[in-house]
Design a protein around this ligand. Structure first.
Ligand code: ADP
Length: 526
């Protein structure tokens, strides 16, 4: 018989030798039964004995083989019946034949059903094996440290505690701290993957250390929380914990466990751990760096504010000193010029008020309070600014021309801030004209609408901005003046920007510098 045909009739169970032996014995049995049934006088349903051959053959036959063998047995039974009883059978022998055929048919049906069951069982087994293999390969290959642990004894112990009336496990553990070690002792490691061995060392999979307690870093409360999660019947547990590796190193881990619903499955609970030591260290360093940075930026803010205050107060304090000297001179006159004294005193009050406003505004900045916004008529504000620097203008013989522009709307902003910017720009212009000893001594202030905003430019007849200045004008502490602080323009620009405006500096084609501030009609931040 060709191997292919044999494959149709015989299954693959056992070795070839076994199959041949069983096939021969079955055939021999069938032959014996046929001989006894045909050539002896024994009365009885001898053919029923073919069932033995069928049962034996089922061990090595496929469904087709079984079907064929059953047909052969039925054929032999009928053949022997005709050979023995000729064409005139009596009722008794016919009933015996029917019994034998029925026994053979029933046996065949049962064997075929059994074979179907067996095939299904084999298929299921193969599926289970395949799923187990897949699970194994995921378990072994995962880059997360995984353990299979037997939690059944711990689970049973926690159920016992519950039955004994414990309702709050954490409280119970506080009163009986020894139960934690006892519970740890109830755990058993079934298996661990490669990542687990990399994390902990070789003791990961065998639990070769004396107890799991060696593995959990001392003082770590995570295990108690884990027990509590089991105790309260939660489906999973996730927490940060600390473990001790084989080399004695302490590592921070993120632990996660899913608890099975079925009590019987507590003997194979998968525990996952991710090493977060590096992440935690980075986070701690980041928090520290942030605190350092906050300290440093506070110091920088205080430094910048002091510089800004010193710069802003310089002008009103200087003006107060000058007006006080003037006042003294008027007083020294004989008779004293009372109306001139009054004017000087009023200027002192005005400049004192400005200094106070500056301090108030700075304090608002520090306490993050919103400054008061109001509608400002820029041409009035410029007139006021001119009178504030009037003393310097007169002293240096500088004329100021204001070109108010047509249809310029009022702007809503913080008056003291805008005035401060104007004073800075005018003072810079005066110093530029003075420094260069220019023959033409003039400042032109122009106000004009600009794209839904309002622009104010201050042009002087000085030497203009140097190429180096062009790059660094707005850089804090950039100054070309012996007494300068280099803070004015940078403060002006950041003030205007924080109010939705901007400040630019450039040289006029006809000479001199131009500083142009642009303001929104209504400050979006106020
Ligand atoms: P400070 O006046 O204390 O020097 P500023 O920030 O107000 O600080 O100015 C920075 C620098 O910008 C000045 O030192 C000067 O070199 C240049 N600068 C400012 N205004 C003018 C101007 N109108 N013409 C030419 N250069 C100017």
């Amino acid at each position: 018989m060709s191997a292919e045909r044999a494959g149709v009739l015989f299954n693959q169970r056992g070795g070839t030798g076994h199959r041949v032996t069983v096939a021969l014995i079955s055939a021999f049995l069938m032959a014996i039964v046929f001989v006894i049934d045909t050539f002896t006088e024994i009365e009885g349903a001898i053919a029923v004995l073919y069932v033995m051959a069928l049962l034996l053959g089922s061990e090595i036959l496929t469904r087709t083989g079984l079907l064929l063998t059953s047909i052969v047995c039925i054929f032999l039974t009928v053949l022997s019946y005709f050979l023995t009883h000729g064409p005139d059978p009596d009722l008794q022998t016919f009933i015996r034949l029917a019994v034998a055929l029925a026994a053979l048919a029933i046996t065949m049906a049962l064997l075929l059903r059994n074979d179907a069951f067996r095939a299904e069982l084999i298929e299921r087994n193969a599926e289970i094996r395949e799923s187990e293999a897949r699970y194994r390969s995921i378990f072994d290959g995962a880059r997360v440290a995984l353990w299979e642990r037997d939690y059944s004894r711990l689970h049973a112990y926690l159920l016992e505690l519950k039955a004994a009336g414990v309702t709050d496990l954490e409280d119970h553990a506080r009163r009986h701290p020894e139960i934690i070690d006892h519970c740890i002792g109830l755990l058993r490691t079934v298996a661990a993957n490669e990542a687990a061995r990399e994390l902990v060392g070789t003791s990961a999979d065998s639990g070769s250390r004396e107890s799991m307690a060696d593995f959990i870093a001392s003082g770590d409360k995570t295990f108690l929380h884990l027990m509590n999660a089991m105790f309260t019947g939660q489906a999973y547990f996730e927490g940060k914990g600390r473990i001790t590796t084989d080399s004695g190193e302490i590592r921070q881990v993120l632990l996660s466990i899913s608890f099975p619903e079925d009590t019987a499955a507590f003997n194979r609970v998968v525990v996952g751990m991710v090493d977060i030591t590096q992440r935690e260290m980075t986070e701690a360093a980041l928090i520290e760096a942030r605190a350092e940075f906050a300290k440093a930026s506070k110091a920088a803010t205080i430094g910048a504010l002091s510089a800004s205050l010193a710069h802003e107060l310089n002008q009103p304090l200087g003006a107060i000193a000058v007006n006080a000297q003037t006042l003294l001179r008027w007083l020294d006159r004989d008779p004293p010029d009372l109306s001139a004294i009054r004017r000087s005193a009023e200027r002192i009050i005005r400049d004192g008020q400005r200094a106070s406003d500056i301090i108030h505004n700075t304090r608002n900045l520090l306490t993050q309070q919103e400054s008061k916004a109001e509608w400002i008529d820029l041409s009035t504000l410029i007139d006021e600014t001119r009178s504030l620097v009037e003393h310097d203008l007169k002293r240096d013989g500088i004329a100021v021309t204001v070109r108010p522009g047509e249809g310029v709307p009022q702007v809503k902003s913080v008056r003291v801030e805008i005035q401060q910017v104007m004073i800075n720009l005018m003072t810079n212009a005066i110093q530029a004209i003075n420094g260069a000893k220019c023959p033409v001594r003039e400042i032109i202030v122009e106000i004009e609408p600009a794209d839904g905003m309002v622009g104010v430019s201050v042009r002087d007849s000085g030497p203009g901005i140097s190429p180096e200045g062009m790059e660094k004008l707005f850089t804090p502490f950039y100054t070309t003046k012996a007494q300068g602080l280099g803070m004015g323009l940078s403060i002006c620009r950041s003030t205007l920007e924080s109010r939705g405006g901007k400040l630019d500096g450039f040289n006029h084609p006809d000479g001199g510098a131009v500083f142009k501030m642009t303001l929104p009609i209504e400050d979006p931040h106020l």
